[in-house]
Write a protein that binds this ligand. Sequence first.
Ligand code: GLY
Length: 568
Amino acid sequence: MRHAYCGQPTMAKRLLASLLLVALGSGTVVAMATDQGFSRGMVVSSSEEASQVGQDILKNGGNAVDAAVAVGFALAVTYPEAGNLGGGGFAVVRTPKNQIVTLDHRERAPLKARPDMFLAEDGTLDADLSLESHLASGTPGTVDGLLALHERFGRLSRRAVMAPAIALAEEGFKLNPILAGRIQALLPELSVRPASRTKFTHNGNAMAPGHRWRQPDLAKTLRRIADEGRAGFYQGPVAKMLVAEMIRGKGLIEQADLDAYRSIWREPIHGRYRGHDIYSMAPPSSGGILLVQMLNMLSLYPISNWGPGSTAQHHLMIEVARRAYADRAEHLGDADFYPVPVEKLLDKSYARDRIAGFDPMRATPSRSVRHGSFNESPQTTHYSVIDADGMMVALTTTLNSSFGNKWVVAGAGFLLNNEMDDFAASDSEANQYGLLGSVANAIAPGKRMLSSMTPTLVLKSGEPVLITGSPGGSTIITTVLQVILNVLDHGMTGVAAVNAPRLHHQWQPDTVMHEPNALSQTSADTLRSKGHQLTEVEVIGDANSIWIKEGRFYGAKDPREPGAAVGW
Ligand code: GLY
């Protein structure tokens, strides 16, 4: 299996970096891991510059949504691996009046998309087409989504929330070693794409760490959006450049797709766990349903008595995930196109039935659980924001693969997504992870591809407790699950809950992915003796979270990726 985490700095280096704590004055602290609490605002993202942008917006009178929108546009400049204008995402928002809303701004299949568009004549999947070509791109949703959030809840003007991103693109920012290294590693692919070469190299050469990276075309696009709103992206010169890029690369997105795109306000997925309310994302993400389904199964067991990192918990969690991911494969897709049995999957009695065959002594082979499949992706990013009024934002956004399909729209300066690979190309052909798909997630014109993104809010008696989420494809949902268990079952602080090592199971392939330090020798031996196969991976997830305790905000920047928690 190709796993998602190659090319990233080692865990040890990142943990070392996480100990950095830089005072900036005026009560602001940039901290990758801090035990200080703050009461006026907190922003946690995988870009230090973007977190700082969010905090500045809060300080200038913006609320958490203003800050989240500003962070989203800033990430498109400073974290091009996953921050984007050409991708999509999901947001979960809690207002100061305790209203919970979610916004689906996932990409849509172009209107000319066909179910078999990635299949060669012999019926095999052409992964170059589904991942690397212009056909891989769905109609982008990010700009519509960020603007919709801002229009509904923002307090500052659109120009004010977009000004910091424009400045970062126009004036540039210093490349950190991780981003410089990632761009350098991709140079062979970026260099053969003319607009990508212009954007990601300095006259054709690799940019060194510390280089001030300016992105003038992206700055112009951002300025158009700031001046004209969604028309600045979905109509006029930027839209023309995007459509021209598609014609040049034989992609499918046309002006009709851009005209038709709208983000959608959806009912949140709600669950109850150990006296807490869990709010997360509905289809076309599988995240919320699977999270609540797994929590429902886990709630039947005395996990807190077993202790964090216990083999008993690991075994149970693996078996719970195995069953939930099998259901994902069979039942989940865009609910506007396919009858997803949401109520059934969230039903506590269904969870009881589903885990009834659990054997504390033995693994259940996945082949005996149920047949089906799903598809996933490696690079995404999650950020969390809270303000002094308790407005909470959990937002996860992506281009799918790291740097999407690596094609920059000529003249417009932004990367295209390769989200079409999140659909099931056929029911017999494996995707980039060697996994199969099903009819619930088949390609159809205008349909949204199934996601695992799980932006999540946890509240108790209406009071904020946790904002969390993660990148990591299929591992997103179990990452969020483990952060929640660590806080609610094991009483960990937010930082400890996020830093704790993780494992993951996704039904197929039938193996337990685990971080190097997630299992003791005894635990690994015991799991093997029960029949589990184990596969070590470097890291799982990047769960940038905020933990709220007695009215104070504790930023938990996941040390597995760069970035910062900035509190005020
Ligand atoms: N593209 C990753 C996901 O949506 O799950």
